[in-house]
Ligand binder design. Structure first.
Ligand SMILES: [Cu+2]
Length: 339
């Protein structure tokens, strides 16, 4: 590859990376918080770069001067004790370092305050509970008929400040959606929170950012930033219970899922299934992924997951349950109706 084509390929890679809307990138500007972090980052980078260059310049100047001085000492045998120029330079340097540090402290303080201000005007409250290796999601509301439970996926209305309350059921995890905000740990027995004010409609990927066991890498979170109208549509739809099975095959699946061990771990609103050990399945088929981003949602992957979760996500807390082929068909046919 010639140098020119290589440069073109790199340029293409960059524009390509930008055109997917900062799907998972700390350099995005899709939320107030991430923009503030980026401004802070640039301020730190510039001030530290200036300091660094100054240190190197002083080092070089010092080496040159010392050489010259040594030559002088060799010539006339005298040794100059104090050097007024050096003293001035040191005082000057002290002032520069002091000002730089104070500047950085002020910049951090301003960024921190403006994030706290955004958090204070919170309009939407979500409780996110981490589990090995999936995310339990609850949309809170004073009115209990308007609270909803889902999993592994958030929908946020653009421009609305949201507070996400973070808990963990087992070990320490970390919430991290690089395109929207910084990281925050989810700690068992302790409540943390993080605020996000998304400013750009899009789909962003989050990833657990604290090693939490075998399937840590398969603990992703999809964040959909929607227009307000789309968000309301989604939210109203999610508040609905699951539709009753419409075909004999789906009915057989319904009977299996609600009558057998699936319902001990999974809840499906509007049915007797009310387990809380695993993700809520009420609107499973409306999600983009299966098992916290392990694979895309689809019929084939649903078959694979229900037939043998342990080979697709080894160690996962969902056991492989032996199903007869007709039971498997029925279960998948039913799960597909959970839109
Ligand atoms: Cu993790």
């Amino acid at each position: 590859m010639s140098r020119r084509t290589r440069a073109a390929a790199v340029a293409l890679l960059f524009t390509g990376a930008c055109s997917i809307q900062h799907y998972q990138s700390t350099f995005s500007d899709a939320a107030v918080e991430v923009r503030q972090f980026n401004i802070l980052f640039v301020i730190f980078l510039v001030i530290c770069a200036i300091m660094y260059l100054a240190v190197i310049a002083f080092l070089v100047a010092g080496l040159v001067r010392r050489r010259r001085r040594l030559a002088n000492v060799m010539e006339d045998g005298r040794h100059h004790e104090s050097d007024p120029l050096l003293r001035t330079a040191l005082i000057g340097w002290g002032v520069v370092v002091g000002t730089g540090l104070v500047g950085l402290a002020i910049a951090s303080f301003i960024a921190d305050r403006s994030m706290a201000n955004a958090a204070a005007s919170e309009k939407l409250s979500i409780t996110l509970t981490a589990n090995q290796w999936w995310w339990d999601v609850r949309y809170n509301s004073a009115d209990s008929s308007k609270t909803l439970r889902t999993a592994n996926e958030l929908h946020l209305p653009v421009g609305v400040p949201v507070r996400i309350i973070l808990n963990s059921n087992d070990v320490i995890h970390s919430f991290w959606v690089p395109s929207l905000a910084g990281k925050q740990d989810l700690i068992p027995g302790r409540q943390n929170d993080i605020s996000i004010t998304p400013t750009k409609i899009g789909i962003y990927r989050g990833q657990c950012a604290e090693y939490c066991g075998a399937q840590h890498a398969h603990m992703a979170l999809v964040v959909n930033v929607d227009s307000y109208a789309d968000f309301l549509k989604w939210w109203r739809h999610q508040l609905q219970p699951a539709p009753p099975p419409a075909t004999p095959l789906a009915l057989a699946g319904y009977n299996f899922v609600t009558g057998r061990n699936c319902s001990a771990c999974h809840a499906i609103a509007g049915t007797p299934a009310s387990g809380t050990v695993g993700p809520d399945l009420t609107h499973l088929a409306s999600r983009r992924t299966i098992a916290a981003g392990t694979m895309p949602m689809g019929k084939g992957n649903l078959y694979g997951w229900v037939a043998d979760p342990q080979s697709l996500k080894p160690g996962s807390k969902m056991p492989t349950i032996a199903l007869e082929p007709d039971e498997l068909h029925a279960v998948v046919a039913y799960l597909e109706t959970l839109k």
